[in-house]
Design a protein around this ligand. Sequence first.
Ligand SMILES: Cc1ncc(COP(=O)(O)O)c(C=O)c1O
Ligand SMILES: N[C@@H](CCCC[NH3+])C(=O)O
Length: 415
Amino acid sequence: MDFLNYQNGKLFAHGHAIADIAKQYGTPLYVYSQNYIETQWIEFDNALKRRKHLICYAIKANSNLAILNALVKLGSGFDIVSQGELERTLKAGADPKKIVFSGVAKSTTEIERALDVGIKCFNVESEAELYRIQDVAKRLNKVAPISLRINPDVDAKTHPYISTGLRENKFGISHQLGLDVYKKAAKLSHIEICGIDCHIGSQLTELSPFLDAADRILSLVDELKSAGITIKHIDFGGGLGVCYDDEVPPKSSDLVNALLKKLTHYPDIEILFEPGRSIVANSGILITKVEYIKHQDDNHFAIVDAGMNDLIRPALYEAWMRILPAEQAGPDKPSYRYNVVGPICESSDVLGKERELAAQQDDLLVVCSAGAYGFSMASNYNSHPRPAEVMVDDNTHRLIRQRETFDMLWQGEII
Ligand SMILES: Cc1ncc(COP(=O)(O)O)c(C=O)c1O
Ligand SMILES: N[C@@H](CCCC[NH3+])C(=O)O
């Protein structure tokens, strides 16, 4: 994470001391680098500049309005999976014509709203969904632009919970059925076939699964052409991995170049991607304060104020995320292999296991690579308000979402 560095033992983000940022905004606290996010997006976009293309940032990774608005200004499109994400993206200033709508369970209301604002495309995940979109479009006297999300049955070689392109996963339409469903779609009065789509999983660190999926998609594009069905865009989804520890994932330009080689015979087809994690993961950190230190038998706990409610990835996937002290300890401070645990009443509430740290009560720790699937997966479990979010750059740091107040938690009614 280039924007983080130690100076005289103290950790800085874009030149601002972590301790000062934490003091100003409180902890737990998410901090993002705007420069990092923009650089990642621009690199992805530049790699595609020889082709007609659209980068549709997958907002599920991080849907903070300031981040979305920064991407709107760069010309980004967006991949959404709910009406909430649609409204949020529009609020951030997105052009509806640059929005693609994925997700297996689109409701009638969601389809109505998406048709109403005029999105670029529905990524249809089942035959039943296709018929629902046709019905809603007919009722509203609109034509719905669609692509089918094809499940290519390839092993993404990632954690099973975040693999989506295998036959047994709930996502997409199996590639064997693809041609048949496209033919049915072509006969529907209020459906316009625009594209084809796939997304095989997240945190992919090898190119080969992307290329295998592309082969399956392109062979279907050829079959469709023979059947008289023209595809205007191919959406390769998201999924590009990032470095959390020592992974060396391909760069976005490596991925794009490898795929473009396969696309030389399809010069007029627009190329879409839906990256989430690779744009934001390494833009973000979670700052947390050590509330207590507890040594018991051979177990050493650094009990911090952020938990699985703020950052669920370690608990949900046993994801490893680097944890750094905001201030490096001198040689006189004892260090232990700490389990860094949160306040939540669950034994899985762990941010990091067996981390060598010289932590003491009231110290600040920083969980790295927390920009993706951090705040966006945060909850109010145990009635903790969700943390504030701050954007930093070289000159300044700004609050981009305030810490939730307790009032925001009391949404039920006493009857
Ligand atoms: C349909 C779809 N597109 C894009 C993404 C973004 O994936 P990633 O954050 O791995 O780039 C996801 C999440 O895995 C997804 O389900
Ligand atoms: N939430 C997951 C990734 C899932 C991507 C959404 N399809 C993670 O944190 O790694």
